[in-house]
Design a protein around this ligand. Structure first.
Ligand SMILES: [Zn+2]
Ligand SMILES: [Zn+2]
Length: 414
C-alpha cells in the first residue's frame, strides 16, 4: 500500500521547482546589491515567540499554527511567518551591538493549518526581508525600491505599488477614535465580523472584503489626515524619494495592518499579470517589535513575498536546455563515450549519457527526449579515429569532430 501525501503539502517538480530556484537565485543576486545578507533560520520555534509577536488574539496564533509539545512538554510551533524568528535571531546574536543597521533576508517554508483551498497550501513559501536599526525615511524608500526591483527582475509585469502611512501610536489613537465614531453611526450596515471588531480593532474594518463598496467605507476618515506633523513629514519624504527615483505608487487610504506594532510607512505590491489584482508582497515599518520581544528599542521595516503567488505570475519558464546527449552505438565504445561526457561537463557543459549501447534510431529518440542541443554519437568507426559524430538536433546537420575539440565545438555553436 502506498503512503499518501499530507493534505495541503505539495511535492514540487519541474517546472515549478525551476521557478522556485529562479526566484531564489534572483533573490541572492538583487538583495545583496542593497547590502542585505542572507540568514538561515529554524522552522521550529517556541510557541511563546509567536504569541508575543503576532498576538494571542489573532487567528494565526489561535487556530492556524502547527503546535506540539517538545520532550519536556514545552509548546513549540512550526513558524507561520518569518519575521518573529528573524527578530529572535537578531536579538539572540546581539547584532545591534555589532552594527548600526542590519539588513537581513531569508526564504523558505512557513506552515499554517488553514482549510486548504485552491492556491493556498499548509506548507507555503515566503521571501522575508527586514531592515533593523534605522528610523530614517531613506531606509523605508530603500526597502520599497528593493522589493519593486526584485519582483520586476523576475519579469513580472502589471505591478502596482500601494502605499499608506499608519502614523505613530499617538496619532493612531486619535484616528481610532474618529474611525469608531464614524462607523458607530453606520453600525447596522456593517457585516457581522466588522461589528464585532469595531471597538477592538477598528482599522481592520477598513480592509473588509465584504463591506468595501459601502458608502460609509468610501467616506471614512483618512489615516493621512490624522498623521501628526512628524509622521506626515516622514511619509512625504519616503514617497518623494520614490517618485524622484521613478518608482510609481498609488496612495491607498484603506491600506492598513491589524497589529499594533506596525507604524508609519505601510505598502503592498500587486500584479494584474494573471487577470485580477493579486497581492504578491506586503510590508511596513514596525518600530516597537524588537522591544516587544525583549530586545532593545530598535526600529525596523520589512516585507514578505509569497513565493507560490510569484510562481503563478511567472508562468512556465523555459527550462535550461542540456547541451549534449552522448550515446554509444556499441559496447566497445561505452567507456570512451562515458569519458567524453565527463570531459564535456568539466568544460562547463551540461548533458546526459545513455546507459548501455543502443542502435542509432533509439539513440536519436533518447537524445530528442532529453531536449539536448547536440547528440554526440560514438560508434566503432569514430572510436578508431578518436572522434565522434555530432548531430545538431535543431538543424538536423551532422559532422565528425575530434574528441579533443568537442567541448569547444559545442560551446561555440548555438
Ligand atoms: Zn505620529
Ligand atoms: Zn465587514
Amino acid at each position: 500500500m502506498s503512503i499518501a501525501r499530507i493534505n495541503g503539502f505539495a511535492d514540487m517538480f519541474e517546472p515549478e521547482s525551476t521557478a522556485f530556484t529562479f526566484m531564489e537565485s534572483q533573490c541572492r543576486k538583487i538583495f545583496p546589491a542593497y547590502g542585505f545578507k542572507e540568514v538561515r533560520l529554524p522552522v521550529l520555534e517556541y510557541t511563546d515567540l509567536f504569541a508575543r509577536s503576532i498576538g494571542t488574539e489573532t487567528d494565526v496564533v489561535q487556530k492556524e499554527m502547527y503546535t506540539f509539545p517538545d520532550s519536556k512538554g514545552k509548546p513549540t510551533s512550526l513558524r507561520p511567518e518569518a519575521t518573529a524568528g528573524m527578530m529572535r535571531a537578531y536579538i539572540a546574536a546581539s547584532l545591534h551591538a555589532r552594527e548600526q543597521v542590519s539588513r537581513l533576508y531569508t526564504f523558505g517554508p512557513m506552515f499554517r493549518h488553514e482549510r486548504p483551498q485552491k492556491g493556498r497550501m499548509r506548507q507555503f513559501h515566503q521571501i522575508d526581508c527586514e531592515l533593523l536599526g534605522s528610523s530614517s525615511p531613506v531606509a523605508d524608500a530603500d526597502v520599497v525600491s528593493l522589493l519593486v526591483h526584485f519582483v520586476s527582475s523576475l519579469g513580472i509585469g502589471g505591478l502596482t505599488l500601494r502605499m499608506n502611512s499608519l502614523g505613530c501610536a499617538s496619532c493612531r489613537q486619535t484616528y481610532r477614535q474618529a474611525l469608531i465614531s464614524h462607523f458607530e453611526k453606520h453600525e447596522a450596515e456593517l457585516c457581522e465580523d466588522c461589528r464585532r471588531r469595531l471597538h477592538a480593532n477598528p482599522l481592520r474594518v477598513l480592509d473588509c472584503k465584504k463591506d468595501r463598496e459601502l458608502p460609509c467605507m468610501l467616506d471614512a476618515p483618512r489615516l493621512l489626515d490624522y498623521n501628526c506633523p512628524d509622521c506626515l513629514e516622514h511619509y512625504e519624504t519616503v514617497t518623494g524619494l520614490l517618485k524622484d527615483a521613478g518608482i510609481a505608487y498609488v496612495q491607498d487610504d484603506r491600506l492598513v495592518r491589524g497589529l499594533d506594532y506596525y507604524c508609519r510607512t505601510t505598502f503592498e505590491l500587486q500584479s494584474d499579470a494573471i487577470g485580477a489584482q493579486t497581492a504578491v508582497a506586503g510590508g511596513g515599518r514596525y518600530d516597537g517589535l524588537v522591544k516587544q520581544l525583549g530586545g532593545p528599542d530598535i526600529p525596523g521595516i520589512g516585507f514578505a513575498c509569497g513565493m507560490e503567488r510569484l510562481a503563478l505570475l511567472l508562468g512556465e519558464r523555459q527550462l535550461q536546455r542540456p547541451d549534449f546527449f552522448v550515446v554509444s552505438l556499441d559496447p566497445s565504445c561505452t567507456a570512451f563515450a562515458f569519458k567524453l561526457a565527463q570531459s564535456l561537463r568539466h568544460a562547463g557543459l551540461s548533458g546526459e549519457t545513455g546507459y548501455g549501447s543502443s542502435g542509432m534510431k533509439s539513440a536519436m529518440r533518447q537524445a530528442g527526449k532529453s531536449g539536448a542541443r547536440f547528440a554526440v554519437i560514438v560508434g566503432t568507426d569514430e572510436l578508431s579515429r578518436g572522434a565522434c559524430a555530432v548531430k545538431n538536433m535543431d538543424q538536423g546537420t551532422q559532422e565528425e569532430v575530434p574528441a579533443d575539440a568537442l567541448a569547444t565545438y559545442i560551446a561555440n555553436k548555438d
